[in-house]
Design a protein around this ligand. Structure first.
Ligand code: ASP
Length: 444
């Protein structure tokens, strides 16, 4: 049994959806389908989810009307193109009407979720599959965090597997579930249908989670930076997690945990190239032929702050690191990396988390830790994942050499405990050039 999730690109219009239907019908194991809302197939398209968010908070009445009209015409064109008989305007009006019964602070999530809700019903109708709403078993806990084990319990309690066995197949909307706290709809972060797909695969004990996109899998580097990067054929879950967390866009990084816990391989495929085998991500790669020291992939992001602390005798001071991390925690800031020296410590955080409380954080560290010097610098981080890195001599040397040849200054280097990747910090202006230099050196 396969769980297949289709992203916004493959569901952007009727022509794209026709390919999706063909893919589903080509394999009788593809009976559990999870969908995104229609996305972008041409440069003039807008993502339905973006339009729905506009409806929640329109800057003016004209914008609201335009967004509503675009949503209605996009869905109606899809419905007509698939030869279905649905008056979409009624569905749309019904959703707007429902808002009256939803608390003001919950309306945003409800409205945003309608993109997937409508799409799932349309696809179910086109396939003759049963629609199963995500609110019946995808559960978020009291803190608004997705709860995988509770979701599995709810799936059992609502007989999800029986529904699947009794129907031709089922279609579940991605991107949302039910909040135990509010009892209503709550959404995942943006692009969260990937997580929904993994959650559904986990709840029905799927053999494989096919994630269909409009690209042929995970690439070795960002195609916006490196021209025609090679595709990665196979990856392990921890390898993908590192690359996805550090910016590789193809799959939401939180989608990996449910698949990993259920030992369900993820196969990223391309609806425009259905014969391409895509990238297979699993616990262990069968017949792994990768050469030790070879490049798995490069990912990275700009926008990190490196808070550098210096204090004579720091290394002998018990609790210095704990106090610093406590201050970050008190401000709700996630600490990304903590490279350190004898009397220096760098705390790396994302700018977006740090900026608002920067002044307070620095003051509090000054009071609690009394460092001799605190500096804050902005950097880009590059994650270079290397096969069998810990056992292969010369990897770090080769990396440094490729950056040195490209005349790029390394600001920070951190070989973490993961044994999979090395993280390199460079000035933001050097980021793209650094990625190209590493890719070129490791692939030529
Ligand atoms: N439609 C949602 C978004 O645009 C979720 C998704 O597509 O995965 O973020």
């Amino acid at each position: 049994m396969k769980t297949c999730k289709f992203g916004g690109g493959p569901l952007a219009n009727a022509a794209q959806i026709a390919k999706v239907l063909e893919i589903i019908r080509a394999d009788k194991e593809r009976r559990c389908i999870v969908v995104s809302a229609p996305g972008i197939a041409s440069p003039t398209d807008q993502k339905i989810t973006d339009l729905l968010y506009t409806l929640v908070n329109p800057p003016c009445e004209t914008t609201r009307r335009e967004a509503a009209a675009t949503i209605i015409s996009r869905y109606q064109a899809i419905i007509n193109g698939l030869g279905l008989k649905i008056a979409f305007r009624l569905w749309f009006n019904e959703a707007i009407e429902s808002l009256k019964h939803i608390k003001a602070d919950r309306r945003k999530d409800f409205l945003a979720s309608r993109g997937e809700y409508w799409m799932a019903q349309i696809l179910a109708e086109a396939l003759g599959y049963r629609f199963v709403d995500a609110t019946s078993f995808v559960v978020f806990d009291g803190n608004g965090i997705f709860d995988l084990n509770e979701s599995k319990k709810w799936a059992r309690a609502t007989s999800l597997k029986r529904k699947l066995a009794e129907a031709e197949g089922i279609v579940v909307p991605g991107f949302y579930g039910t909040s135990i706290r509010y009892g209503g709809v709550i959404t995942f972060p943006r692009d969260g249908s990937d997580i929904s797909g993994a959650a559904v695969a986990f709840c029905i004990d799927a053999d494989i989670y096919e994630n269909w996109k409009d690209v042929s899998g995970v690439m070795m580097a960002d195609p916006r930076i490196v021209e025609n990067p090679r595709k990665i054929d196979a990856l392990t879950f921890p390898e993908l997690r590192e690359l996805a967390y550090m910016g590789a866009k193809v799959l939401h990084d939180e989608a990996i945990l449910p698949a990993r816990m259920g030992n369900i391989p993820i196969n990223v495929r391309n609806t425009n190239e259905p014969d391409d085998k895509g990238t297979l991500i699993s616990c262990k790669i069968d017949n792994d032929t990768r050469v030790p020291g070879s490049l798995i992939g490069i990912a990275g992001k700009k926008g990190f702050s490196v808070i550098r602390l210096e204090k004579a005798g720091m290394n002998n001071e018990v609790g210095f690191l704990r106090s610093t991390c406590q201050i970050m925690e008190n401000h709700g800031i996630n600490v990304e990396h903590v490279p350190g020296g004898i009397d220096t410590l760098s705390v790396i955080v994302a700018n977006k988390d740090f900026e608002a409380s920067r002044k307070s954080v620095i003051e509090k560290i000054g009071l609690a830790c009394k460092p001799d010097l605190i500096t804050v610098e902005v950097m880009a981080l590059i994650c270079v994942a290397i096969h069998d890195m810990v056992e292969t001599p010369g990897v770090a040397a080769r990396l440094c050499q490729s950056l040195s040849n490209a005349k790029i200054n390394i600001r920070m280097i951190n070989q973490g405990a993961s044994a999979i990747s090395i993280i390199i910090g460079v000035n933001e202006k050097d980021y793209e050039e650094a990625v190209r230099a590493i890719y070129k050196d490791f692939t030529s």
